[in-house]
Design a protein around this ligand. Structure first.
Ligand SMILES: Nc1ncnc2c1ncn2[C@@H]1O[C@H](COP(=O)(O)OP(=O)(O)OP(=O)(O)O)[C@@H](O)[C@H]1O
Length: 306
């Protein structure tokens, strides 16, 4: 359990994080979202004990991080922003070094190194210097070092940054698997990652917490949530769609020709729309219910505070 109270961090007169309050429990996979400079990395550094807060407190497993930094760090796996250091070491040498720093010796150490190499699929780069690896592999080596001691808490700063789509998918699967009995906090700029991986979203901007709830609740904030979008294969009279019961508004996107019908609050309009399409014999080639556009909600929330 992580308990954060009135957490603030200033650099000189500049306030990077302001009065954050939240709890995180095992099983939570928190997506920490925010524009550049929002304070995500600063918060993560405070959660991992690498940066002292200016105000407020962090308790992890009922211990204050200020007083029990080392005990808590033993239970945290941290992937910092960017790539791991020590580029002249090979992947194996680096993981061995980290395992030793974590206090493992002998067979246990070797077994742990083997396990993470397998889990993160690093077999092909085991003996290559880290500085020669692609950005994606560097990121994966970083992830491996965060997992070597099987921590209770994983704090991952942009874990899929620089990965190709297949690797992104693989890392997301891995995070989902790992999260069953752990606390996972990931920071990301990728909105789709939040719905793919997280069961909780926290959005910060200018150091302030603006949203803390499930991805579904975030989607529900979108004006597109449960709207019905259609596309016609050729021009036809669509005026009847706007008159349907439960439809509050109709919008036509000029560039793509997509027609979106927005429901009155709490209304489900799919049935009405499909019935009308059949009655009026509209030449529809696409019809779907919108899940909510996260990019629009993100923009609305974060530009409000800006
Ligand atoms: N050591 C420091 N000294 C002064 N200012 C700092 C320091 N570290 C961070 N900041 C500032 O604090 C603010 C928050 O930075 P932080 O790195 O936490 O943002 P972020 O949300 O992680 O951004 P990004 O998504 O770009 O990584 C930024 O304006 C940054 O310039």
């Amino acid at each position: 359990m992580i308990s954060v109270k009135n957490l603030s961090k200033s650099f000189g007169h500049f306030s990077a994080v302001e009065d954050l309050n939240f709890d995180v429990k095992p099983g939570d996979i928190v997506g920490f979202l925010g524009p550049n400079g929002a304070g995500k990395s600063t918060t993560m550094k405070m959660l991992t004990g690498f940066l002292q807060p200016t105000h407020g407190s962090i308790e992890i497993f009922d211990m204050s991080i200020a007083q029990h930094t080392k005990d808590i760090q033993e239970r945290i796996g941290y992937l910092p922003e960017g790539a791991p250091a020590y580029g002249d070491m090979t992947t194996y040498q680096f993981l061995k070094f980290i395992a030793e720093v974590r206090g493992f010796r002998g067979k246990d150490k070797e077994q742990r190194i083997r396990n993470v190499i397998e889990k993160i699929e690093l077999q092909d780069v085991v003996n290559r210097p880290i500085e020669n690896l692609s950005k994606g592999f560097k990121r994966r080596v970083g992830l491996a070092q965060a997992l070597i001691h099987d921590p209770d808490i994983l704090i991952l700063d942009e874990p899929t940054d620089g990965l190709d789509p297949n690797q992104k998918h693989q890392v997301r699967e891995l995070i989902t698997q790992l999260a069953q009995d752990k606390i996972v906090i990931i920071s990301t700029h990728i909105l789709e990652e939040v719905t793919a991986v997280c069961n909780r979203v926290m959005i910060i901007a200018k150091g302030k917490l603006l949203f803390d709830d499930t991805p579904l609740r975030l989607q529900q904030r979108s004006r597109y949530y449960q709207a019905v979008t259609i596309h016609l294969s050729y021009l036809a009279d669509i005026s009847g769609l706007a008159e349907l019961e439960g439809v509050a508004e109709m919008e036509v996107e000029q560039k793509t020709g997509h027609v979106t019908l927005f429901p009155e609050p709490g209304q489900h309009i799919l049935h009405e729309v499909t019935a009308h399409v059949q009655r009026a014999k509209l030449p529809v080639d696409t019809l779907f219910i919108e899940q909510g556009r996260l990019d629009q909600v993100f923009r609305d929330l974060t530009t409000e505070v800006a």
